[in-house]
Design a protein around this ligand. Structure first.
Ligand code: LLP
Length: 417
């Protein structure tokens, strides 16, 4: 055991009060996701305020956390939605996001999804290739309407983030080059069934540097000027999402500075800015609660085996992502510990070399910053039911998703035996 400075021990704050969390674990069991809806509001308001009086629409990226109650909270704050599947569009609508505030992105939209989105009358579809644009045109023609679109432009800028979540380089599958975008806009402009209303880029996620954002905004603003010069009626400048959060000691981008670099590039352009934050709004607003099952030590290595696993929170296994893990027992006497789950893979861990005090089986651990890409990336691997989700708002907690049962997991198979 070694003594570490108390300021290095991460803490639970805001609505994440230990007594309340103990109560949540008792009432709803573990593992468990818990979200602080007040913090979600605070984060939404921070990003909205950063753009000041400018015409802005925050389209929350549902993929980060698509629980209906989370979306409903954001809908109540007048958020729009950035969706990447028909399922997400339906969630957004069900949670109360107006259709005219929904945008639809993604590289592989299918015909039935495009048609459905057009029938809903969403704000616009972000097209990512010529083939897709032609399909959108054909669908619109069949429906006898004109489809509002925007083209996702790949500015070929290194966002300086994890390669798996970097999307704005020419070797990434996303969007089209600036040259191709021009051709697509011309095509759309001359089509009876397409209405190019927006321009879009998104260079990556967990961005902590402003420069790549500024450079991308500059390139895309230049392109916008040339489109406007051709009398195209571009109304929306969609800067994507990607603002990073603090998982350990990252110095992150301040919303105000973020807005400033974008506004700077947009000088002289009277466009509505669309911003698609996901992680920024929900990342630090959620924790993952798990319980110690067993403990062991071999070859001088300490393992704590918990009831949460990579199927619940895959970020550590998939991206080698670091999440702080906070024990409920307070002690400065800590030793490096691997916090691992029950899944049959060595990659099943929530944290490696985490400083933890002596624990008893049954003790709770809180994995911090788990509100984004936690539950939304959960799976049923090892036939593990996905866990429950709880919301806390004004110190009151409520269940917002029931724990799955084994019955739920086999429901679609059992009739085929
Ligand atoms: N807009 C588009 C077009 C996107 O592709 C994404 C994220 C967002 C907005 C929201 O990005 P955010 O603001 O959350 O960074 N599973 C990974 C993150 C994947 C992000 C994919 N696209 C992770 O756990 O880190």
């Amino acid at each position: 055991m070694k003594n570490i400075e108390s300021q290095n021990i991460p803490k639970l704050d805001g609505n994440f009060d230990k007594d309340l969390l103990q109560k949540a674990a008792k009432e709803f069991g573990t593992p468990l996701y818990v979200y602080d809806l007040d913090r979600i509001q605070e984060k939404y308001e921070q990003i909205k305020a950063a753009f000041g009086g400018r015409k802005t629409m925050i389209c929350y990226a549902l993929k980060a956390n698509s629980n209906l109650s989370v979306i409903k909270k954001l809908a109540s704050l007048e958020s729009g939605a950035d969706c990447v599947s028909l399922g997400e569009i339906q969630r957004a609508i069900l949670a109360g996001i107006p259709k005219y505030k929904i945008i639809y992105s993604g590289v592989g939209k299918q015909e039935f999804e495009i048609k459905e989105a057009l029938k809903y009358g969403i704000l616009f579809i972000n097209v990512e290739s010529k083939e897709e644009m032609l399909l959108v045109e054909a669908c619109a023609k069949e429906l006898g309407i004109s489809a509002r679109i925007s083209v996702r432009v790949n500015p070929d800028i290194d966002p300086q983030t994890h390669p798996y979540i970097s999307t704005g380089l020419k070797e990434n599958k996303f969007g089209v080059s600036i040259e191709e975008a021009k051709a697509l806009y011309l095509l759309a402009h001359n089509s009876k069934y397409l209405e190019p209303v927006g321009i879009h880029f998104h260079i990556g996620s967990q961005l902590t540097k402003l420069k790549p954002i500024a450079e991308s905004a500059q390139k895309i603003a230049q392109l916008t000027h040339s489109l406007l010069a051709l009398k195209m009626d571009i109304k929306f400048f969609d800067v994507g999402g990607g603002i990073g959060i603090t998982y350990s000691d990252e110095v992150t981008i301040k919303p105000y500075d973020y807005a400033q670099v974008i506004l700077e590039e947009l000088r002289g352009l009277d466009l509505t800015i669309i911003c698609e934050p996901g992680r920024f709004i929900v990342g630090n607003s959620g924790i993952f609660l798990t319980k110690v099952l067993y403990q062991k030590e071999h070859q001088n290595k300490r393992f704590v085996i918990v009831d949460g696993a990579m199927n619940d929170l895959i970020r550590p296994s998939l991206y080698n992502a670091y999440h702080q893990i906070v024990p409920f027992v307070e002690s400065q006497d800590v030793s490096p510990t691997d916090v691992v789950g029950p899944i049959c893979e060595s990659g099943d861990y929530l944290g490696k070399n985490i400083s933890l005090p002596i624990l008893q089986n049954g003790d709770l651990l809180a994995v911090l910053s788990a509100g984004a890409y936690g539950f939304s990336m959960a799976s049923n691997y090892n036939t593990r039911p996905r866990c429950a989700e709880v919301a806390i708002e004004a110190k009151k907690m409520r269940l917002i998703r029931k724990r799955e049962s084994i019955e739920d997991l086999i429901a679609l198979e059992k009739d085929y035996l």
